[in-house]
Write a protein that binds this ligand. Sequence first.
Ligand SMILES: Nc1ncnc2c1ncn2[C@@H]1O[C@H](COP(=O)(O)OP(=O)(O)OP(=O)(O)O)[C@@H](O)[C@H]1O
Length: 268
Amino acid sequence: MKSELFESAGFRHSLRAWRRKSYHKRKPSCYSCGVSICHNTSANVYEEVVHYQRHIDDPPRLIVLIGPSGVGVNELRRRLIKINPNTYQGPISHTTRPQNMGEKNGREYHYVTKETFAYMVVNHKFLEYGEHNGHMYGTSLDSIKEVLDNGKICVIDLEPHCIHLVRNKKLKPYIIFVRPPSPECMRQTRKDPHFLASSYIKRYFHDKDFEEIEEASRAMEGKYRQFFDCVIVNDDLQDSCMDLFTAIQHAQEEPQWVPASWFAPDHS
Ligand SMILES: Nc1ncnc2c1ncn2[C@@H]1O[C@H](COP(=O)(O)OP(=O)(O)OP(=O)(O)O)[C@@H](O)[C@H]1O
């Protein structure tokens, strides 16, 4: 749990801040294709699907949370892990920032040199990576597999243009879209919380933020809806946590529709 707290305080803000910067520059980077804007959504509306029931000996399915910035993806993920750190875990990220006193390599982060980080980038080791305050941060695919191999349910938040990087037979992701409630409901429920505004300063929500979140949500859903296994409306925080918990249990224990290609023989 400790590592998760450190991680959310440090890396999440760093990566999310970097993502925002990327939006403004209109240059999100995608490791798999190396281009600045990746449209590789593998969108196949007529995808063949089969029923899949996870076997008890199979590794847990990866849980992916997607949602517009400010909707509460990180809060839901943080609460879920905090409530049951023996069951849920986030991947340990890599960083080039120096290790602080009291931190342990592999607990808060994997601390690596700039050269090692660059090597990992070139070798497509990262699902997402970015720079913040002069240091690099990244989530490696191996760190996700490590959590799953330990029998824990790995919960990540991801930008939707990266869905195709995890949507494969090895990770068998279950993708949950976190949708905002109406702006009016957000106004009522988000009176106290602060969020990371595009100026990278934490401040109270403004009315305009709620409209922007709703707009971003609509755009995201319009483009990526076919990949979502489940939608949670984040109105009341406790209810949403419960919905998330229930959805994850369903994903792990009950039959779900998944792409038939996950069970096709390998042609290697
Ligand atoms: N259902 C809710 N009710 C009230 N406050 C909420 C709810 N969900 C999230 N919040 C609060 O809203 C703020 C923004 O949430 P969070 O940081 O999780 O957003 P996010 O989707 O991860 O976006 P970002 O990319 O900006 O970090 C936080 O202060 C969080 O505690």
